[in-house]
Ligand binder design. Structure first.
Ligand SMILES: [Zn+2]
Length: 429
């Protein structure tokens, strides 16, 4: 017998499992839970996710990243070679084919990518550095999935893997990727902290994490309110009296953070196992030095909503809003109903004058609803700009009410000023 998917695992409490972003995303139809920790992404969430992916692609391309797509299924042989079939055991979703061969649904792809590179044969030093990445679905059998997309069992991740000739070059790559991450979060206008972190099961000798400070965060951080330098508390022996970076006394603050990205310098941990080698300029065989760099893509989406939204209204980083402009025509049968064709005309004019915004506009033609009701909905979904076509649109020189949802500012503008404002203030990716 089919039973509808459980909203919560048995015995768990709603209060433990939910947070603001999860609640808002579920209430406003962005996501729907399919099974614990597994979500459908509905149209608005998917549009926003696709924008975030375009932004990440831009930053990865800017540092010479090449995009690929590796299979979700990776054989147990690869994981056994690095011992992680056992050590990562309970977190791996394991599957078996009809011949009894075991696979896992990859939570990360160090093994797969290193094997892929090694299978091409020995690289030439002229092919390095190699910076390849993917944005694909990953799987992790979380013991207690919670907080919606913040800690799910199936999620999107961007993972970049880099191969360099020596430590010096690998560190340069490490810095380049870290700079790209900072640019990404700056473009999203998200307040973030970069902290030193433990290398955990991934291994390697240097690691940094990117966090959005938030009470929902599951990591405890120390960070300096002078220079922004920080560390994850799991690192242990941290001098909390003095900032080890800028030397300021008593400047360290303790806060929780949502981890949204990480960087690992791996050295030869994986390249040695799989013989990811290259020939140097003297035709000697050497082992490549690797790094791996993750961004939790669905997690960034949820975390951005978590830190930007009010209790009842979603707010987005500008670039990620699913649509930028929301047009509300007057209500059927109202005194200003005559302005309805003006709304359609305005939509056509925006499309012809600002063609780059063509796919960023919603014309809410549910004209049986009041303007107020549709405005409330537009605000709670966080569309950055709402244009109301009311009484003043019927004047000889029509005026349109433009509401900037993020600042709360409302202005009446003529057509010319409206286009001018939209062309300047609407940022799209
Ligand atoms: Zn400092």
């Amino acid at each position: 017998m089919y039973r509808p998917a459980m909203v919560l695992p048995p015995g768990s409490k709603q209060s433990v499992l939910s947070c603001k972003s999860q609640r808002l995303m579920m209430e406003h139809g962005l996501i729907r839970q399919s099974s614990p920790g597994v979500y459908h992404l509905l149209p608005l969430a998917l549009r926003s996710l696709e924008k975030l992916i375009r932004l990440i692609d831009e930053e990865m391309h800017s540092i010479g990243g090449t995009k690929i797509s590796m299979p979700c299924m990776t054989t147990s042989e690869l994981w056994k070679a690095t011992n992680r079939w056992e050590t990562n055991g309970p977190e791996l979703f394991k599957v078996e084919d009809r011949h009894g061969i075991q696979y896992c649904l990859g939570p990360t792809h160090e093994e797969a990518v290193t094997d892929l590179i090694a299978s091409q044969g020995r690289l030439s030093h002229k092919q390095l550095p190699l910076r390849i990445y993917q944005i694909t679905r990953k799987f992790r059998d979380e013991k207690r999935p919670r907080f919606g997309l913040l800690r799910g069992r199936e999620f999107y991740m961007k993972d970049m893997y880099t191969f360099d000739a020596n430590t010096e070059n690998a560190i340069k790559t490490y810095e380049a990727v870290n700079q790209a991450y900072c640019r990404l979060f700056n473009r999203l206008q998200l307040h973030f902290v970069k902290v030193s972190a433990d290398t955990g099961s991934i291994g390697g000798s240097m690691s940094h994490e990117y966090h959005l400070p938030a009470d929902t965060g599951e990591d405890e951080l120390w960070f300096c309110n002078r220079c922004g330098f920080g560390a994850n508390k799991e690192l242990g022996d941290i001098d909390i009296e003095h900032c080890s970076h800028c030397g300021t006394t008593n400047s360290l603050e303790s806060r929780q953070g949502i981890e949204v990205g990480h960087a690992f310098y791996l050295g030869t941990k994986y390249s040695k196992v799989f013989n990811a080698d290259y020939s140097d300029s003297n035709n000697q065989t050497r082992t490549t030095e690797m790094g791996c760099y993750g961004l939790g893509v669905t997690r960034i989406l949820a975390a951005a909503i978590e830190v930007s939204s009010t209790d009842n209204e979603i707010r987005w980083p500008h670039l990620l809003a699913p649509y930028q402009i929301y047009i509300i025509p007057s209500k059927d049968g109202s005194k200003e109903a005559g302005a309805q064709p003006i709304a359609v005309g305005l939509y056509d004019q925006i499309v012809s004058h600002l063609p780059h915004l063509k796919h960023e506009i919603i014309l809410d033609d549910r004209n049986h609803m009041t303007i107020g009701k549709r405005m409330k909905e537009a605000k709670s979904l966080g569309y950055p700009f709402v244009i109301v076509i009311g009484k003043k649109a019927l004047q000889p020189e029509p005026l349109f009410e433009l509401c900037n949802v993020n600042t709360g500012e409302t202005r009446y503008l003529n057509t010319c000023d409206l286009f001018c404002t939209l062309s300047m203030d609407v940022n799209i990716i």
